[in-house]
Write a protein that binds this ligand. Sequence first.
Ligand code: F6R
Length: 369
Amino acid sequence: EKGGYDYFMLKEIAEQPKAVADTLLGRIDGAGSLRLDEVRIPDSVLREVDKIVVVACGTAFHAGMIAKLAIEHWTRIPCETELASEFRYRDPILDSRTLVIAISQSGETMDTLMALRHAREQGAKVLAVCNTNGSTIPRESDAVLYTHAGPEVAVASTKAFLTQLVACYLVALYLAQVRGAKWGDEVRGVVRELSEISGEVERVLETMEPVRELARSLADKNTVLFLGRHVGYPVALEGALKLKELAYMHAEGFAAGELKHGPIALIEHDVPVVVVVPSPRGRSVLHEKIVSNIQEIRARGARTIVIAEEGDESVVPYADHLIWIPATPTLLQPLVSTVPLQVFACELATARGNEVDQPRNLAKSVTVE
Ligand code: F6R
């Protein structure tokens, strides 16, 4: 049952380190090479892939947005991520050299299923990333890489999301491996850090009390905005989605660079704005730009809630609230930066008296189009 927690969502948030470790289990060998024998698409076919399309809905779509960045960076294969519900209605360009990755926790989401059926009709190969053994989406795909999150009961997806990220990183790295991409120090380092990341997720969970306190103090707000760039952008979207579905608050995620193209007009006195700051070590130009975004919105009165890497002193002067996360390679940061946003939404929902595990109007698996 709920294992001593008040809600399944809290239990599932707490299970994330194990879910992440279980999803990696047996898939990285002692030499740091990937073993994905279960993916029954022959390496010869994977070597010919010239385009990748990721399709998914909701939280799984956010995982897909991050997958695109990882796939393109490590494999140099062009990749796009599309909402499953939009995909087949626009006559997408697909052929036998296209790999479609369908991400779904339940394996029963109708929009995703219809997208993959369309892709297969056009001759594309479909790889499912799925959490539910024997569900429809993996059954109808050419291959499946299961996430090992265990059953997810709360309607809002948490541990499934983290494991979807892990599975997508594995797929990206595996494609790089079979295609003989330069297996440089960077990739080797990422594989090593990936295999140790569950401990970092655990560390984040141990520091969540201030986040809960902050969430409770914002229970009477009408709006929360979320900003991020690169992998932080899908994380911002995910933070906003969690808040909408659980706290029934107006919440929006933006790419921080878009602020000046419109959304900055929303900034007024005391509006909470959560900013996901990229590592200062990775793409340092992006880091500088985000820091100046934080300055800009704070000058306009925003209450800034900053999620930044431990030791990143540059954000301290502009943060009304600071949430520290461990240092990770740039592309892996969502595994740690998403966790505080899950806790934040869950606590805000509770403070507003909402039913956390069963938000109004939502179902765990959406089997209609
Ligand atoms: C949000 C959430 C939904 C699902 C979406 C896809 O917390 O749970 O957005 O992520 O309905 O569901 P699956 O992954 O089962 O295809």
